[in-house]
Design a binder for this molecule. Structure first.
Ligand SMILES: Cc1cc2nc3c(=O)[nH]c(=O)nc-3n(C[C@H](O)[C@H](O)[C@H](O)COP(=O)(O)OP(=O)(O)OC[C@H]3O[C@@H](n4cnc5c(N)ncnc54)[C@H](O)[C@@H]3O)c2cc1C
Length: 399
């Protein structure tokens, strides 16, 4: 039982756990990592049973469970298998950019097939010279006026784009004169429009080998003016809207990974004997696990509180939303790494080996404090808000 979760959310949690335990095996994870391929079948099945749609609204085929639903779905998948849970959620998280900023036509065209597990999405923000600082970019889009309403011509480079080799739906943030504009394109545009787009995989990644990480080079690549996401010159706003939601979902990856590490450590400490006793009966290990479960539970409550705030603050203060989003993104991924490190310690030498699952979970989770904005960037946003936010509002709304 969970004080925070209503009957419906409890049902979602159990359904996702059951699906994950049935479908997310260590063998599948190893195969995807060894062959360096995305688990397409798993993603498709997750779409069919409604896991991808858990956090999306009903008008595009989702279940309407809100960010709380997405957080629970991602948490449960990553609790069973951090790697495969991350893989599945990384298929849809970039598509949130269209869901939160697009009009109905765009959402129906791009978000609906993604929810059904038929399309994978990618988002192109980071560039070689601009990572944390996305206020200015080298990738430019120039509007060329033509009889048929005008086209943008895109030139430049994007890097680290997750799943660009598998995706059929893309969003890109471009410099548009003195401002920024977000554009959407898909496979059809890539195949039929003028210009070139080269996608090259970046080799040698620490973890998450089940997704691709790519460099994209755009040469006079044409995208119709109709494909502006949100408003022209308001690209940064679209990214902030996206981050406010996606960061909760990335934190949920960390949440599930932390629970995975906690339960692995607890199970092992209750079985493994040294000096004639279970190792959990040695105070050093017992206390360590007691601290781990406390920290994990605290993080889970913060995550659910944040998701609840997001779902109930539509039209409310963006500061409140950004503050709580950055809180979970800055803390839960780092907590997950700490818990996984401690779990490896509890396993002793065995923890260092692939077979136990912990070294892989650690490597896969290592990116979660970095992507979607580093910890330092989250703390920067928070301190700026804390400098400006109304103190009465803060004390009334948050505590
Ligand atoms: C596996 C992987 C997947 C990714 N997927 C995507 C994707 O799908 N799409 C996408 O667009 N990007 C993606 N990224 C990029 C990711 O979001 C960036 O790597 C991240 O935002 C940091 O940018 P950077 O690497 O350029 O680091 P930098 O911005 O160069 O930062 C380097 C260090 O300096 C710190 N720093 C920078 N500025 C400040 C400051 N003002 N104050 C204090 N510290 C500061 C940072 O916190 C960091 O520790 C991915 C990256 C990886 C590795």
């Amino acid at each position: 039982m969970d004080a925070f979760l209503s009957h419906e959310y409890q049902g979602l949690k159990e359904a996702v756990r059951e699906f994950s335990e049935g479908e997310m095996s260590d063998e599948l994870l190893k195969d995807c990592n060894d062959r360096h391929v995305y688990p397409f079948d798993l993603y498709r099945k997750a779409g069919e049973v409604g896991i991808i749609g858990a956090g999306f609204d009903e008008d595009v085929g989702g279940s309407g469970f809100g960010v709380m639903g997405a957080a629970i779905a991602i948490e449960q998948m990553c609790r069973v298998s951090p790697g495969l849970g991350m893989a599945v959620s990384l298929g849809w998280i970039p598509g949130l950019m269209i869901d939160v900023n697009g009009d109905d036509q765009m959402r129906q065209k791009y978000v609906r097939p993604m929810i059904e597990g038929k399309a994978i999405s990618a988002i192109c923000l980071t560039e070689p010279n601009y990572g944390s600082d996305i206020r200015r970019m080298d990738t430019a889009c120039d509007l060329v006026m033509e009889e048929k309403g005008g086209r943008f011509v895109v030139n430049g480079n994007k890097i680290f784009t997750t799943n660009a080799t598998y995706a059929t739906i893309f969003t890109i943030l471009c410099q548009d004169g003195e401002n920024e504009t977000s554009l959407v394109f898909d496979k059809e545009v890539m195949e039929n429009n003028a210009g070139e787009l080269e996608i090259i995989e970046m080799p040698g990644k620490m973890g998450q080998r089940f997704v691709s990480s790519c460099e994209l080079t755009f040469k006079d690549f044409e995208i119709s003016r109709e494909n502006i996401l949100g408003e022209r010159y308001k690209g940064l706003k679209t990214v902030i809207n996206f981050f406010n939601k996606s960061r909760v979902e990335i934190a949920s990856q960390g949440m599930g990974a932390a629970e995975y590490g906690l339960f692995k450590a607890l199970g092992y400490a209750r079985e493994r004997e040294q000096f004639g006793r279970k190792i959990i009966q040695h105070q050093a290990i017992g206390h360590q696990i007691a601290r781990m479960i406390t920290a994990v539970k605290q993080a889970q409550l913060l995550l659910y509180d944040t998701a609840w705030r997001y779902d109930h603050s539509r039209g409310g203060s963006w500061m409140e939303r950004a503050l709580s989003t950055c809180m979970v993104k800055s803390s839960i991924p780092d907590l997950a790494l700490d818990i996984l490190k401690r779990a490896i310690d509890v396993f002793g030498g065995y923890g260092y080996f692939e077979e136990m699952g912990l070294e892989g979970a650690y490597r896969d989770t290592r990116i979660t404090p970095i992507y979607e904005g580093t910890v330092e960037m989250q703390l920067d946003v928070m301190s700026n808000i804390l400098h400006r936010i109304d103190m009465n509002y803060l004390s009334k709304e948050f505590f």
